[in-house]
Design a protein around this ligand. Sequence first.
Ligand SMILES: *Cc1c(COP(=O)(O)O)cnc(C)c1O
Length: 350
Amino acid sequence: MNRTIDQLVRPNIRALKGYSSARHEFTGRADIYLDANENPYPTGFNRYPDPYASGVKNALVPIKQQPSQRMVLGNGSDELIDLILRIFCEPGQDQMLVLPPTYGMYRVAADVANVEVVEVPLTKRFQPDVPAILGRATERTKVLWLCSPNNPSGNDLQEGAVRDLVENFPGIVVIDEAYIDFTGRESYSRWIGQYPNLIVLQTFSKAYGLAGIRLGLAMASETIIDYFNKVKPPYNINELSQRVALEALGETEAMQARTQSIIGQRALLAQYLGGLPYVERIYPSDANFLLVKVEDPQGLYQYLTNKGIIVRDRSKQMHCEGCLRITVGLPEENESLFRALVDFTGSHNS
Ligand SMILES: *Cc1c(COP(=O)(O)O)cnc(C)c1O
């Protein structure tokens, strides 16, 4: 990296003086709050939430092994993805780099922000093509998106390739670890002290089973986190979500037990699928889903839909010809899926 983080940030954001709310200006404890034009009658939710969600972040410190100054929470990872673009990418001028097939939100957020998307496909084994990626990076390529484990392929990216990219990409490298709890490896957040251009994203939507509360986590150097805090809406994490997240963080053993069960079911499902004559390939998964190549993806998709089982047709995505993406469900749901799959003999019976 030859540019500092401040130099990578859009000039208007560098100069920005963020909104200072009542809850920013006074953070101690008082008896009477007459500073925020809140309603004095207690409804349980008449007060604005903590703008920094400090309770949730403090509970995350021992779990993520990161100081809270290196964390920011978002209204889902989706909000954090959007904030990254708004902090670093000048609309109509800067670019970002994605490695298809990958998570669709990076491109949607870029299209909304009017940021050009450069695509460097993953290899056929769904690994980054490091020389091609570095060859496409220019002064204007501000952000590189890595998704590991990758959605929709399910595999972890090779650590050596990830390190090469974090070390040599001349901009911000985001590693989206939405599925980290389903892998055996440690989070790349352990590299944050070493690489100021690294942002690691995680979410409460997958292993924590809390997609409904919309809570995502970004971990990065303090310099980057300070920009997030300036740009984000002050009360982006609502009180209900903060309370539910805190409760869940007090019950991590339960979360880990459910995660282990999903990992076990993933292996069982892969074994089942391997015995079906029309299944051509089951890609190795480090996530809570399987990418499966079949003879007639559209026919099978329709057949399952008619039986009330919805999977994702990914056959139109790069390197995913013939592929369906199947999320690992409850044991009884996986059994129902398997019973339906055994009865499928081709498009003529759908
Ligand atoms: C599911 C998923 C997320 C989660 O997004 P949220 O907005 O936090 O629900 C993020 N990244 C990837 C790659 C995903 O598959």
